[in-house]
Design a protein around this ligand. Structure first.
Ligand SMILES: *Cc1c(COP(=O)(O)O)cnc(C)c1O
Length: 408
């Protein structure tokens, strides 16, 4: 057993952009005796989830649930639809785009990487130009990370769809929403996405261990022709088994109990309210960073992420030394800089089970940490965030009041 010699009072602040804090209600749901995954009680659980999971993706198409981290769902999206040697167009938005590209290479695909500076989202015009050039239709899929978790930059998915359509190109559109689903507006059907990839441990507020593919009819048709080998990841067998609420293999029963409770929580709040809450917290966080006089990594305000903010450290100061100090002093985990951003940025996660006061605790920890680490900054970030929260409407609280005031 792991021994924790220095017990910390109060709750740890897990303010990395995933895994996120798991609500008590979800923890209670997971704490349940494991049941027979072929029995009637399991089928009820399965059907309850499968009947509602589509509303999180805003889709009426099947959503395939895997026992795997998000990386598994990346692989599933590719092996279900493509054949060895196929070209795929990918946008270099940051570390996660790079990992998805590397995975595609290992599967024997030929990714083309549209270069990016890790401070902007996918370049819609460059995607259009490349597809318009591809008269033979050698490119079989366009893959974009919706919310690039390493940079805090959101790509314009409807814009990518339009770029594909303007080029009259038949490529599939695949989108990684691992850190945006359940926190930033996303519409699988309306945006014409063919495969949406998601994971459990970010906006869905679950521990790691589940991941998802939402699949369009066009993607399922492509899967009939595709030749990459697949066994565990195959969609058809899972979708068939799901009809009765089951999976072909032993699913992660207790994580599914948690998912059922997380769906209750998200749908009770209502997805528009979930998105509005994250937008308020994104705005307030950015107000704090500006007041500190620090730089937000995302260079385009239209592409700011409402689930996390990556902050550039002033020259000569190590972001990881700062993070270490914040962890030791305040028991708060902040996100590290990934690959080429290592040491240069820290990331504040503001997604999942998160409210105004969790945000204020988080930002107070950052501001005190900046002072202790002697990072050059101005005071007043916490004040600026409070001003932003007080000055912007809280739709969720307003709805709660309206419900309370309504005649029974
Ligand atoms: C977290 C994350 C991943 C990786 O998911 P794992 O669950 O660690 O496999 C991929 N893409 C994005 C955008 C992420 O945020």
């Amino acid at each position: 057993m792991i021994r924790y010699d220095n017990h910390s009072a109060g709750r740890h602040f897990l303010q990395i952009p995933g895994p996120t804090n798991v609500p008590d209600r979800v923890l209670r749901a997971i704490d349940h005796p494991t049941i027979d995954h072929r029995g009637p009680e399991f089928a009820q659980l399965g059907l309850s989830i499968l009947g509602r999971i589509g509303s999180i993706f805003d889709t009426r198409e099947p959503v395939v649930i895997y026992t795997a981290s998000g990386t598994g769902a990346w692989e599933a999206a590719l092996v279900n639809t493509l054949s060895p040697g196929d070209r795929v167009l990918m946008a270099e938005t940051g570390h996660f785009a790079l990992l998805w590209k590397r995975l595609a290479e290992r599967l024997g695909l030929q990714p083309e990487f549209l270069p990016g500076d890790w401070r902007h989202g996918a370049n819609v015009d460059a995607i259009h130009a490349r597809l318009a050039d591809d008269r033979e239709h050698a490119i079989k899929a366009v893959c974009v990370v919706h919310n690039e978790t390493s940079t805090g930059v959101v790509s314009n998915i409807p814009g990518v769809r339009q770029a594909i359509d303007r080029a009259s190109h038949p490529a599939l559109l695949m989108v990684d929403t691992i850190s945006s689903l359940g926190s930033i507006e996303y519409r699988h059907d309306a945006w014409g996405v063919d495969v949406t990839v998601a994971g459990s441990q970010k906006g869905l507020m679950l521990p790691p261990g589940l991941s998802f593919n939402a699949v369009s009819a066009k993607a399922r048709a492509a899967s009939k022709q595709s030749k990459l080998p697949r066994a565990y990841w195959g969609w058809d067998e899972i979708i068939e088994s799901n009809r009765k609420g089951y999976w072909p293999w032993t699913p992660a029963t207790n994580l599914l109990y948690g998912l059922d409770a997380a769906l209750d929580q998200l749908l009770e709040e209502g997805m528009p309210n979930v998105f509005a809450r994250h937008a308020r917290h994104g705005n307030a966080t950015r107000a704090a960073v500006r007041a500190w006089g620090l730089e937000i990594l995302c260079a385009n305000p239209d592409e700011y992420s409402n689930s996390l903010t990556a902050v550039l450290m002033p020259e000569g100061h190590d972001a990881d030394a700062f993070r270490k100090l914040v962890l030791e002093r305040f028991d708060m985990s902040l996100g590290t800089g990934l690959s080429k951003l290592a040491g240069k940025v820290f990331r504040i996660g503001h997604l999942g089970d998160f409210n105004d006061l969790t945000l204020m605790g988080t930002l107070a920890g950052v501001e005190m940490g900046l002072a202790l680490a002697k990072v050059p900054h101005r005071k007043g970030g916490v004040d600026a965030a409070m001003g932003s929260l007080v000055g912007s409407p809280d739709e969720v609280a307003a709805k709660r009041r309206a419900v309370a005031a309504a005649p029974a």
